[in-house]
Ligand binder design. Structure first.
Ligand SMILES: Cc1cc2nc3c(=O)[nH]c(=O)nc-3n(C[C@H](O)[C@H](O)[C@H](O)COP(=O)(O)OP(=O)(O)OC[C@H]3O[C@@H](n4cnc5c(N)ncnc54)[C@H](O)[C@@H]3O)c2cc1C
Length: 575
């Protein structure tokens, strides 16, 4: 069978019946497809956006800066028409085709919330930042231990083998540091740590017992293994143009890795332009029977059927679909017996950064455009609560040389400017916060009762805001980071609180959380809806708390784990 098809299939029930349906083809959906197909299930992936094929659909992958009309920036008209999406980190002329246009996909911001989306085959896996640290046991247990959330039904030991499984396949570079707060994994060699960063690392060692600056973990192939070559991927060229799509397959995306791998099994069908409207619940069977879609172009309503359904539309869209899946048994949304569907929406605290300059090291440079940063591993609230706020934080850090020290607004032309470009300036150091936020019930999404999108689906209302806990954490990060850098001899230190709205951190989580008790959660330890066992939610919607690590590799590990469980349950006749 051809792996991909894009024509409308409104035919018979038999033609529209598969073993498994996956909603969404991004980071987590790609993993669901890979595992389900490899384990023998005929799998339909429904994707609301257009198709994107590796290599063929990266139109700017090798475009030099001077060929962009605005040298990578956007026109004023475009920025005016897209005030929201243009705020996304790394957004520009080179990658805007992998982001939605504001006007096409409205939602209602009851409180300011910047919802960053990429609707295409591959989802946000094409544009993500690729940071992939493991969660530690501290993160799984902290909410219950310190009383700011419910307990996770699983712990680090449950996901550790699945992290390994994912890391080996997608390729993660990093160093083994033996730190409990950021466990080691299956790593390829890291990128270089430049001299100023080595200097700061040593200063931290000299001045603290609990502060470790290490290579972060990133989904880049620094030394491709056979499994990566088998995917048709090659070594990362340190071009740092990742968000355009990588023609070398040097970083992980579902388009370069999991989806083509799933297609090779002959079990995969991807249907782009398929906006999932709702999951269909069969009252007689007491389980979900399929999915209702609206063809994005023709607006035709079509139903597809399967034994199991994986929800991987990214956290907020998964919430939207479940809230819109109403039936006599579930009048308030599929699986919503607890009344908590759409609640405890969470995100990461990305409000703060610290920067400064470091004298010396003028005879040192670095190789290529290293696409990775270092991490100062979380040192807050691990064994015991040691601050007046809850949660921990990751500090990303890097140092670079000024590229054109004599640059001025007026001076970006002429011989002097060209000469300056050839001479690197001094070293700049910067650090930024990725902080855990506490789960809050009033941070929620719900469906609009009056407004619909162009496919007749109710608009999502976002009602999410920062909490005073986040302000305390921000303050602590700013003070501690400035003090650490000062001890390392960094000068001209400036602290910055950008006060950005939630959402812009791009780590949308929660709303369909996992838990031990169906009264306080929606999902069990295998990511099944407590009340509808053949529906699995394995994207960020399942997150019980946010931890402080970049979350996507946890979604991948949980998806692989849940898919393997689902196949076993089907074989046992339980689903
Ligand atoms: C600039 C940027 C930097 C980031 N950096 C990092 C990082 O360093 N580390 C990290 O861990 N994470 C990072 N993220 C976040 C990361 O991209 C997401 O956590 C991840 O993509 C979530 O995976 P997902 O499968 O849930 O969603 P996605 O990858 O967004 O995929 C969801 C898919 O579902 C489709 N879909 C949505 N609604 C429907 C519907 N109704 N019907 C059918 N299909 C639908 C979408 O079109 C999309 O293709 C970053 C994101 C961005 C944009």
């Amino acid at each position: 069978m051809s792996a991909y098809f894009s024509e409308t299939h409104s035919g018979t029930a038999a033609a529209n019946t598969f073993d498994a349906i996956v909603i969404g083809s991004g980071i987590s959906g790609g993993w669901a497809a890979k595992e389900l197909c490899e384990q023998g299930l005929k799998t339909l992936v429904l994707e609301r956006g257009r198709d994107v094929k590796h290599l063929k659909d990266y139109p700017t992958a090798t475009t030099p800066p001077w060929e962009f009309p605005y040298r990578g920036r956007m026109s004023l008209k475009h920025n005016k028409e897209n005030p929201l999406i243009t705020k996304a980190a790394g957004y520009g002329d080179d990658c805007d085709h992998f982001f939605v246009k504001d006007a096409d996909h409205p939602y209602v911001q009851e409180k300011p919330f910047d919802w960053i989306r990429g609707y295409q085959v591959g989802g946000k896996s094409l544009t993500w930042g690729r940071a992939t640290q493991r969660w530690s046991e501290f993160e799984f247990t902290a909410p219950e231990r310190f009383g700011y959330g419910i307990g996770w039904p699983i712990g680090y030991k449950d996901v550790a083998p699945w992290y390994s499984h994912v890391e080996k396949f997608i390729g993660i570079c990093g160093s083994k540091d033996g730190l409990e707060a950021m466990p080691d994994g299956e790593f390829l060699p890291p990128f270089d740590m430049n001299m100023p960063l080595q200097h700061i690392k040593q200063s931290l060692k000299d001045n603290y017992t609990d502060r470790h600056l290490v290579h972060a973990r990133w989904a880049h192939l620094t030394d491709p293994q056979q499994i990566h070559l088998d995917q048709g991927r090659g070594k990362c060229q340190a071009r740092n143009m990742c968000m355009r799509g990588c023609p070398f397959g040097g970083y992980f995306s579902s388009v370069s890795s999991t989806l083509p791998w799933a297609a090779k099994t002959g079990n995969l069908t991807i249907r782009p332009h398929s906006v999932v409207h709702s999951v269909i619940y069969d009252e007689k069977l007491g389980k979900a029977s399929g999915v209702r879609i609206i063809d994005a172009n023709t607006k035709e309503v079509i139903e597809y059927y399967a034994k199991v359904i994986f929800m991987n539309a990214s956290a907020l869209n998964t919430n939207l679909i479940l809230l819109n899946s109403k039936s006599a048994r579930f009048p308030n949304g599929l699986g919503n017996d607890s009344g908590l569907l759409g609640k405890y929406i969470a995100f990461h605290n990305y409000r703060a950064s610290v920067s400064g300059t470091l004298d010396g090291y003028l005879d040192k440079y670095y190789f290529g455009r290293n696409p990775t940063d270092l991490i100062l591993v979380n040192y807050r609230n691990l064994h015991q609560r040691d601050t007046d706020y809850f949660g921990g934080y990751t500090t990303f850090m890097n140092a670079y040389r000024d590229q054109h020290p004599n640059d001025t607004e007026q001076g970006q032309v002429g011989a002097q400017y060209k000469d300056d470009l050839c001479e690197p300036g001094g070293w700049h150091v910067f650090a930024y916060l990725q902080g855990e936020t506490v789960p809050v019930e009033r941070n929620h999404v719900r469906l609009s009762e009056t407004e619909k999108d162009q496919w007749g689906i109710p608009l999502l209302i976002t009602s999410v805001e920062y909490h005073p806990n986040d302000d305390m954490m921000t303050e602590d990060f700013l003070n501690e980071t400035a003090a650490m850098l000062q001890k390392a001899g960094v000068k001209n230190i400036s602290k910055y609180n950008n006060k950005q709205a939630p959402g812009l951190d791009i780590h949308e989580m929660g709303g369909v959380r996992m838990g031990k008790d169906p009264k306080t959660s929606l999902l069990n330890a295998n990511n099944q809806l407590h009340a509808c066992k053949n529906v699995f939610v394995t994207d960020g919607a399942c997150m019980t708390s946010t931890g402080n690590q970049s979350p996507s590799i946890l979604y991948m590990a949980l998806t692989a784990r849940a898919a393997t469980f689902a196949v076993k349950e089907i074989k046992k006749g339980n689903l």
